[in-house]
Design a protein around this ligand. Structure first.
Ligand SMILES: Cc1ncc(COP(=O)(O)O)c(C=O)c1O
Length: 371
């Protein structure tokens, strides 16, 4: 199909299908580690890149469309002596990767405020090669201005990478706003049913090529089965993101009315500090709502423990609503001072709003919110 002629929703269902000789309707799952060649010359031409085609499943497989993700980006594009400017409001493992592991290999990171463009600009050094942001951030849904950061990156001669995990391409298009790379934890909404882990890195060919070369050489690649699950998930992504967002907004508005709730964090709420920016760069607020319960950890744990339907788990982006207490789960490895600086209070809870009836989600949370 000519992809230019179709909308994103259609492409998510239809694009990229290469049917086998059996003309299957659903994509086939190719469980094979290698592919055969008709001759030595064909093998040589494939390996040298002269002719396209599959070679070995570490780097080519008809089911596999994306690769995981942040490590490969850094390893593919940066060298010892290079510098990253990164938001400090990042998924915890990304903070560890940049702040600890990459540091050991001579790549330094300066962490700055997610929302302060001047701080990003001030942190740039002559050796800055990458600006890295996650928007909305996990768990507080802070928004950074992608277009403004892309200008900072261009002036610095650096690349801007955006982790688009919370929005997916349905709700936010960082490349259109000037980002050079988009990164996804496909584990979340791209799968959509909490089944498998995976990631994707997207961008212009010349930017992504070194990332692919790293994957090809080092091997942290996706299994065909996982890729096939993601292809199935993509078919319903657009509908799911609309439904997740609709329910999340309804839940956020309801939470704002609850006397036991101190504050609600959701980019679709007018009370969100970057509401105007979110409206400009996202289609909707997305499916993640965080809220601070009055009474700190004990009160927050009461809400968690009173649930009967909602899943107590750290994943998100699932049809099933998930609930986590960041201070004692996803962010338990950082110090209380670091948590306070990141705005992650002891009463904070994060909801990955699923596709159940909103009234049932409310009912499940209301039980623990009663005084
Ligand atoms: C924003 C964000 N980026 C990256 C990741 C890491 O993805 P994965 O768990 O698929 O490795 C997560 C996981 O929770 C996340 O929330």
């Amino acid at each position: 199909m000519n992809e230019q002629d179709y909308q994103l929703e259609t492409l998510a269902v239809r694009a990229g299908i290469a049917r086998s000789q059996f003309n299957e309707h659903s994509e086939a799952l190719y469980l094979t580690s290698s592919f055969v060649f008709g001759s030595a010359a064909e093998a040589a031409a494939r390996f040298s890149g002269q002719t396209p085609g599959n070679i070995y499943a570490r780097f080519t497989n008809p089911t596999v469309t994306g690769m995981s993700a942040i490590l490969a980006t850094v390893m593919g594009l940066l060298s010892a002596g290079d510098h990253i400017v990164s938001s400090r409001s990042l998924f915890g493992a990304t903070v560890q990767l940049f702040g600890n592991i990459m540091k050991r290999f001579g790549i330094e990171t300066t962490f700055v405020s997610q929302t302060d463009v001047a701080a990003w600009r001030a942190a740039v050094q002559p050796n800055t090669k990458l600006l890295f942001a996650e928007t909305p951030s996990n768990p507080l849904t802070e928004i950074c201005d992608i277009a403004a950061l892309s200008q900072v990156a261009k002036q610095a001669g650096a690349l801007l990478a955006v982790d688009n995990c919370f929005c997916t391409p349905i709700l936010q298009r960082p490349l259109d706003l000037g980002a050079d790379l988009v990164i996804h934890s496909a584990t979340k909404y791209l799968d959509g049913q909490g089944r498998v882990l995976g990631g994707a890195v997207l961008g212009r060919k010349e930017v992504v090529d070194p990332v692919f070369t790293f994957l090809r050489t080092a091997g942290p690649t996706m299994s065909a089965f996982n890729a096939w699950i993601f292809l199935k998930g993509l078919e319903t992504l657009s509908l799911r993101m609309e439904a997740h967002s609709r329910s999340a907004l309804e839940l956020a508005l309801w939470l704002e009315q609850q006397p036991q709730v101190e504050r609600v964090f959701y980019p679709g709420l007018p009370s969100h500090p970057q509401y105007a920016l979110a409206k400009q760069q996202q289609k909707t607020g997305g499916g993640i709502v965080a809220f601070e319960v009055k009474g700190g950890k004990d009160a927050a744990w009461r809400v968690v423990d009173a649930t009967r339907m909602i899943s107590i788990t750290a994943n998100l982006g699932d049809t099933k609503t998930t609930l986590t207490h960041p201070a004692t789960t996803t962010h338990c490895r950082i110090t209380p001072e670091q948590r306070a600086a990141a705005g992650i209070g002891d009463g904070l809870l994060r909801v990955g709003v699923g596709l159940e009836a909103v009234s049932d989600i409310q009912g499940d949370l209301a039980r623990g919110l009663k005084v």
